[in-house]
Design a protein around this ligand. Structure first.
Ligand code: PLP
Length: 390
């Protein structure tokens, strides 16, 4: 039995999404900027998709800018806004647990002379709205706090943060790559000025994302050489990818309306893992967490070893985020939450998707204790503590 529990890294493309994109690789090959029948078909498809994405997040179609990824959307949100507001100030506020596409962009901007405040989080990975408020100065031009964390799944008090940034007339960006399609997202409720999303996290294709830019917010384009996307993103549109994102957004809206059902399976998995072996800690908030996220730290064991052993049993999981799984540094998210290096190294993320079944969850609950027992028996750390726990 093969079990895929790495939906936070990427989701499988929905069959209906694949079907919707197909004609745009063949019959409809036009450039959406061309003024003839082929161009018109492409343009109509891009605009229909813009409407579908806007509907999913409570935006107006004109406020959606298509990008090549969530990473590009985050880069565009930070650089594109602060470059255009240099006359207003040079201070940016973000959190210590953002995705690298926000953190590395913030570091890049620091080298350019911007000042960045990296807000701490509590033991559950929560940012305090009070900390945001305290950090705002007259020089603050942007606050960027993610909606939910990709590693531990903690959902931030985004509405409160949005309200207070709006009251202080500071632009607010949220990286909603992990939440769009998974939980309700509404730019009005969030008081968001900018919001990033990515198709491949909501059963759409890879290599396409979008940035919501509230009407009236000036976004300097990262790319030059074309006036596509209303001058906010140069380059011929990825028509098939955009159509795929649109269809994925339409299906997500339907799915969310029907009432998502992942929490019960997630909680079954958490309970099963915690009772299957000792020395396991649940990472992230016990309640305010993504419906599909399970993240635990296992004492005396490396997360990578667990991932390899689970893979050998046909179970796809991850340790830390997929983007950082090739380096051996412990997760910056878990360290910011106050975990020791040892526990941070021992993290395992299992992320569920809309097709995950109870049988798959039970398979993990059965297999994992054996993997933990085997690895602990080999662990020099466990031997040092003179305990070999299963
Ligand atoms: N932001 C978050 C929270 C993510 O989880 C990811 C991907 O893992 C990204 C941004 C980057 O998105 P993309 O893979 O589309 O570049």
């Amino acid at each position: 039995m093969k079990v895929y529990l790495d939906h936070a890294a990427t989701t499988p493309c929905d069959e209906r999404v694949i079907a919707a994109t197909q004609p745009f690789f063949g019959r409809y090959y036009g450039n959406a900027s061309s003024q003839h029948w082929q161009g018109e078909v492409a343009r109509a498809a891009v605009e229909a998709a813009r409407g579908q994405v806007a509907d999913l997040i409570g935006a107006n179609a004109k406020e959606i800018v298509f990008t090549s990824s969530g990473t590009e959307a985050n880069n565009a949100a930070l650089k594109g806004v602060v470059w255009g507001r240099r006359d207003k100030g040079n201070h940016i506020i973000t959190s210590a647990i953002e995705h690298h596409s926000v953190l590395e962009t913030a570091k890049f901007l620091e080298k350019e002379g911007f000042e960045v405040t990296y807000l701490p989080v509590d033991e559950y990975g929560m940012v305090s709205p009070k900390d945001v408020e305290k950090a705002i100065t007259e020089r603050t031009v942007l606050v960027s706090v993610m909606h939910a964390n990709n590693e531990v799944g903690t959902i931030q008090p985004i509405e409160e943060i949005g309200r207070l940034t709006r009251a202080r007339k500071v632009y607010f960006h949220t990286d909603a790559v992990q939440t769009v399609g998974s939980v309700p997202v509404d730019v009005e409720k969030f008081s968001a000025d900018l919001l990033s999303l990515s198709a491949h996290k909501l059963y759409g294709p890879k290599g396409v994302g979008a940035l919501y830019v509230r009407k009236g917010v000036f976004l300097q384009s990262l790319l030059h050489g074309g006036d596509q996307e209303g001058g906010r993103r140069a380059g011929t549109e990825n028509v098939a990818g955009i159509v795929g994102l649109g269809e994925a957004a339409r299906l997500a809206l339907q799915w969310l309306k029907e009432g998502a059902h992942l929490e019960a399976l997630r909680d079954r998995l958490i309970k099963g893992i915690l009772s299957g072996a000792s020395g396991i800690k649940l990472n992230g908030h016990p309640v305010r967490r993504l419906p599909g996220n399970v993240n635990v730290s296992v004492e005396y064991i490396e997360g990578e070893s667990m991932v390899l052993h689970l893979d050998a049993a046909g179970i796809a999981a991850s340790s830390g985020s997929a983007c950082s799984s090739t380096d051996l540094k412990p997760s910056h998210v878990l360290l910011a939450m106050g975990l020791s290096h040892e526990l941070a190294h021992g993290s395992l993320r299992l992320s569920l998707g809309k097709d995950t079944s109870e049988a798959e969850i039970d398979r993990v609950i059965t297999v994992l204790p054996g993997v933990i027992g085997k690895l602990r028996a080999m662990s020099p750390l466990a031997a040092k503590k003179e305990v070999v726990r299963v």
